[in-house]
Write a protein that binds this ligand. Structure first.
Ligand code: ZN
Ligand code: ZN
Length: 216
C-alpha cells in the first residue's frame, strides 16, 4: 500500500513528500530541507523505515522545492527528474538564493525529464505525470490512480491557488490546468499540495474561491 509522508521544511513552509510502499522502494518529491536538522529529520525517517530511494522528483523548481535536491542526490545517488520547461527555473535559483538568505544552496542539474503521460514506477507504485503549467512553465503533478492521491505542488491549495506573478507564470494557464487536469479527476482524490493542508478535488471544486465550478 502506498504511504505518503509529509515533512514541512524551510521558511516557506514547503511540503516535502516521501512516497513509498511495502517493498521499501520510494521517491522524494520536492525536498525543501535546508537546515542540518531538516536534513536529519528526512534522513532518519528514510533510515528508520528502511526506504530505498529510486528517484528524486520535482513538481517544479522554485527555490523552496529544490533546496534539498543536492543533499538527496548526493546522499542517495538517485536521478533528479523534472519537466524540461522548468530547467531555466531551476538554473535561475543559484543567482537569487543568496538574496533570500540561502547562502549554502548547491545547484543540482536534472538527470532526465518527465512529460505528460509519462509514468514513474518504483515498488508496486505507478505515478502518472500530469502537466500542470501556470504557476511555473514546467510544473507537473504526480497522480496515483489506485489510491486516489495527487501530489500537486503549487497548482491547487486548500481554498487557494498558486501565484502566477513569478517568471513563467500565467493565470489563465493555471486555471486551465486546474479545470482540465485536476477537476476532471474523481472527487475523492486527495490533493497533497506544496504548501498547507491536504484537501480533495471535490472540496475545491465546490468551495475554492479562485476556481470553483458553477454548480447550479
Ligand atoms: Zn512554487
Ligand atoms: Zn512553493
Amino acid at each position: 500500500m502506498i504511504q505518503l509522508q509529509t515533512f514541512t521544511f524551510n521558511p516557506f513552509s514547503e511540503n516535502t513528500y516521501l512516497v513509498y510502499d511495502e517493498t521499501g522502494e520510494g521517491v522524494v518529491i520536492d525536498p525543501g530541507c535546508y537546515e542540518k536538522a531538516e536534513k536529519e529529520t528526512l534522513q532518519q525517517f528514510i533510515e528508520f523505515n528502511n526506504i530505498k530511494l529510486k528517484y528524486l522528483l520535482n513538481t517544479h523548481c522554485h527555490i523552496d522545492h529544490v533546496l534539498g535536491n543536492d543533499f538527496i542526490k548526493t546522499k542517495y545517488h538517485v536521478p533528479l527528474l523534472i519537466h524540461k520547461n522548468d530547467e531555466p527555473v531551476l538554473s535561475s535559483v543559484k543567482a537569487y538564493a543568496p538574496s533570500y538568505g540561502f547562502n549554502q544552496y548547491h545547484e543540482t542539474l536534472p538527470d532526465g525529464y518527465l512529460a505528460e503521460n509519462d509514468t514513474v514506477s518504483f515498488g508496486n507504485i505507478i505515478l502518472e505525470v500530469l502537466f500542470l503549467p501556470g504557476h511555473s512553465p514546467g510544473h507537473i503533478g504526480f497522480y496515483h490512480k489506485e489510491s486516489g492521491s495527487l501530489v500537486s505542488g503549487d497548482v491547487l491549495f486548500e481554498q487557494s491557488i498558486g501565484r502566477t506573478d513569478l517568471p513563467g507564470g500565467d493565470f489563465n494557464t493555471l486555471i486551465k490546468s486546474i479545470h482540465q487536469k485536476i477537476f476532471t479527476l474523481p472527487d475523492n482524490v486527495i490533493v497533497y499540495p506544496g504548501h498547507g493542508n491536504t484537501t480533495s478535488v471535490g472540496e475545491e471544486k465546490i468551495s475554492n474561491p479562485y476556481c470553483a465550478l458553477n454548480i447550479s
